[in-house]
Design a protein around this ligand. Structure first.
Ligand SMILES: Nc1ncnc2c1ncn2[C@@H]1O[C@H](COP(=O)(O)OP(=O)(O)OP(=O)(O)O)[C@@H](O)[C@H]1O
Length: 259
């Protein structure tokens, strides 16, 4: 079940450095939202606050609230590990477990859950998620070969299958195509379009065309000067942001005048 994200007044720090400030933003279930903005404005930091990955960095802390439907992810007693299972993440560089087989990569998260699956159940889950990641036909005859033997684009789709296998409600993607060639990039974009029927998706991208192609809504972040915290400047329907944004800085950024 995809869930709604409701961020209220979020500020994030690295030690004493305030990286982002006062972000309030909603993301509807079963939609794709793109985060765009110049380097250093805090897109990745903000993304990582949405599944409590930010606090893994020494000195990383937040103020404010992130509600998933009604539940505050930073509420007392909430287990960050279970948050990360509910809100999955795909990183910039494909990072399959290198010594594990393709099959075991997809099943890895399920094994960590501590539930005992029958072999036939695991087989079904692995197949379903590899199909869901548009990878099944390419790997079905070599499921026991290492994941590291796949191309970069295939490895990224394997990581997506691994992330979806634990049935998250939200999928966060941090520049998932930046290490990929154009054909693999299109394959991932097609996949994002298909997956939004099932998940709430947030994607950080430096590629304006990609944001325009894959997202329903786009959020533009900016910072007033180096060292100042990043802020959300505006969020709106992607067509509106790219054709008629409300704020001049958004217009300047998308038309390539800075960043
Ligand atoms: N591990 C860290 N420790 C200290 N400061 C950090 C760390 N990671 C990021 N920052 C700082 O936080 C701010 C936001 O960085 P972040 O990587 O979130 O920006 P970004 O918009 O994703 O940038 P890019 O587009 O270049 O990936 C920057 O000032 C950055 O230097």
């Amino acid at each position: 079940m995809a869930k709604r994200i409701d961020v209220q007044g979020l500020t994030a720090y690295y030690g004493s450095h305030k990286a982002i400030e006062g972000i309030t933003l909603q993301v509807e279930p079963r939609s794709v939202t793109a985060f765009i903005g110049p380097s250093g404005c805090g897109k990745s930091t903000f993304l990582r606050t949405l599944n409590r990955m930010h606090e893994v960095t020494p000195g990383g802390r937040v103020e404010g609230r992130v509600l998933l439907d009604e539940e505050d992810l930073y509420g007392p007693g909430v287990d960050p590990v279970s948050v990360r299972r509910t809100v999955g993440m795909v990183f910039q560089r494909p990072n399959p477990f290198p010594t594990m087989s393709i099959y075991d990569n997809v099943a890895a998260g399920l094994k960590l859950n501590g539930i005992k699956y029958r072999k036939s159940e695991l087989d079904d889950i692995v197949e379903k998620n590899l199909r869901g990641a548009n990878l099944w036909n390419e790997v079905k005859d070599r499921l026991n070969k290492p994941g590291s033997g796949l191309s970069g684009g295939q490895q990224q789709r394997l990581c997506i299958a691994r992330a979806t296998a634990v049935e998250p409600e939200v999928l966060l993607m941090d520049e998932p195509c930046s290490a990929l060639d154009p054909i693999s990039t299109l394959a991932i974009e097609d996949l994002i379009d298909k997956m939004k029927a099932q998940f709430t998706i947030v994607i950080v991208t430096h590629n304006m065309q990609q944001a325009a192609r894959v997202s329903d809504r786009t959020a533009f972040f900016n910072l007033s000067a180096i060292g100042e915290p990043g802020r959300l400047i505006e969020v709106d329907g992607t067509e509106k942001i790219f054709s008629n944004p409300s704020v001049q800085a958004t217009e300047d950024y998308i038309s390539g005048r800075f960043g």
